[in-house]
Ligand binder design. Sequence first.
Ligand SMILES: *Cc1c(COP(=O)(O)O)cnc(C)c1O
Length: 424
Amino acid sequence: MQFSEKILSLTAEAEEKLADIFAEIDRISFENTKKIMDSFREHRVSEAVFNPTSGYGYNDRGRELLDEIWADVMGAEAAFVRHSIVNGTQALTIGLFGLLRPGDILFSIAGKPYDTLDEVIGNTGTAGNGSLRDFGVEYRQSELAPDGSFDLEKIRQVLTDEGERVKVVFIQRSKGYLNRKTLSVADIGEVIKFVKAIKSDVYVVVDNCYGEFTETREPCAVGADMIIGSLIKNPGGGMAESGGYIAGSARAVELASYRLTSVGCGLEVGATLGQNKSLYKGLFYAPHTTAQAIKTAHLAAYIFGERGLGFDVEPRWDEPRYDIIQSIITHSPDALCAICRGIQAGSPIDSYVTPEPWEMPGYGDKVIMAAGAFTQGSSIELSADGPLREPYTAYLQGGLTYESGKIGIMSAAEETLACGFGSK
Ligand SMILES: *Cc1c(COP(=O)(O)O)cnc(C)c1O
């Protein structure tokens, strides 16, 4: 791979300007690594816990211990983490169906949830497929203001007028596929305080995808009753082959566990089939890998932003980050596709293929996805994607190592310039 003088010098300039920010990212990674290692030590993790179980998976000490460690690290009373949860969407589905009952209201207070939840909630899709709506669960939503603040008046109104029936208040931490701000743990804590002052017995559920280990505490530390995420994002550290987790209050996690397996069985069963080691190792790596991805995101913001190629980017290069996602707003389907092609060409795996937009299951618009990952669909590995709709935003995330992430971003910048987009 050959890089132009232009891109080489822009990258060098970016790294010089980012030095202090990178040092702070390393500090957060150190604190989170220490928290995880302390928990491993307290729980006396030994090589024996990596032993596989089969069948029912009774008495899988490795599974039970990892659940305890996960709760500890997430600042929660309880947790479960399973390689057999296929993705974040399934983990979220388990959590929501675990808590909600016919007649209840699910109230999303950070705008529209992630696209794949539309059919789970029943806002789109075929009636009768078994969505929450099919089971008599109603849905309400309040929007985030452009500056990321909550609509407190609307939240108060729904909780007051329909408070009896609101069982779950739902907050998506990361921006996902939306042009909005990602919420910090402090932001989430403030709104939880507001919500609980109006209705103390509501379950606050946080979609924690992409947020884990970007700060030194998780939303359970500020009162979330349940947090949910995917192991092929931050907390799998690039090591977990698949999986998801739920952490939170003992009762909320218990209710979710009955949807994970069956009412009664809960967390007593679940063979780990030799996957324990990659889950432990993934958690061990997660703060470091997340730090690599955040550095890659800062670099992308600098190179594609006002000092580089001149696109609108969110967040800006010098803004604090609460997830690993970098948005590049292109206003052009061709520029979006060029960025994705460049990321693909700068990937370790499948670097020779060309990504094309396609109708992806669970998503409303066509989506283009670039990913040259060791694990299929892993977005803690460098990847770029975006729905083919205005304003044609490329969402970049991941980078198992900063070095490889940097190569991917430089490749994307070269392809973008070569296709006639971007200034400089
Ligand atoms: C990735 C993600 C999900 C779940 O997506 P999967 O592809 O099913 O893992 C949910 N919410 C947010 C905010 C996400 O980023």
